[in-house]
Design a protein around this ligand. Sequence first.
Ligand code: SAM
Length: 318
Amino acid sequence: MIDRFGRRVTYLRVSLTNLCQLKCTYCTLPDEPPTSMAAAEVERLLEIASRRLGFRKVRLTGGEPTLRRDLPEVVRRIAALPGIREVALTTNGLLLERRAAELANAGLGTVNVSLDSLHEDRFAKLTGGGRLADVLAGLRAARDAGIPRVKVNAVLMGGINDDEIESFVDFAAAEAVEVRFIEHMPMRDERVGQWRVEPRQVLERLGRDRGLEPLATSADGGPAERFRVGGAVVGFIHAISNPFCDRCNRLRLTAEGTIRSCLLTGGEVDLLGALRAGGTDAEVEERVVELFQRAADAKPPIYDLLREGSIPMRSIGG
Ligand code: SAM
């Protein structure tokens, strides 16, 4: 599917639930009623999206997707679709130790574990009580279960965890996982300026102290700028200071079943409503295809940070 600006849209990020066990400082919101699509509904939407529109990659996120008992079934159904080349998961890792083997067996190709601090106390504070040991056990279980790509996502925040950059580099080497430093994004958050970390300064510092060897972007053409640093591979995703909108290939399906055209801007299109509205298979399929195209056509050329920020990340699917 091609959007109005000639970008090929092939990647769907699916929020499987807006529930999460953690309350991260930059992601916390008042409790909302849980919403979620059935595994068969997610499968049906992706079957149409892959066969009719050329979607190739899916990322399951939330909320916390591992809270869904049927997550392995969701993965298995999607991974079995002929057009889908990769099923990825973004998780806080807390439940991964017990679920990694079944997710690997179901065909999960990539797992990104979110981890913003390697200090137990700081991690607990940042996440509203999360246990670092559980995340580390989950990360190692994912790697040991043979999930092909295991990565860590760390959101960098000035004065909060930017003193841990070198520790994360050492961690990446010791654990043989790629660590990606994510620029904090202003989602309804006035502390943006205060938390700002200048990515170029971090790269300069690492380059000076450790030496950076640029690597090709990942095989899926993702937005991370990647480097080898000693025995580690690290990536930087600068969605704010260096937006990758011109290469954006994604749409997002929210936990409520609406498509969001852009993380920070763009209209909502009620896809699940269209699926549930009834009619013949062919009628449903045509409606779904039309809504996907409408959502792609609503993709802005570049996001406008000033206009947005009213929708929580956990509902959109970060
Ligand atoms: N619960 C899962 C997890 O923890 O990975 C999936 C959902 S969470 C919303 C997905 C990712 O979005 C996490 O890595 C989180 O750090 C990131 N995130 C949330 N709010 C963010 C923000 N304002 N800026 C940058 N990243 C953010």
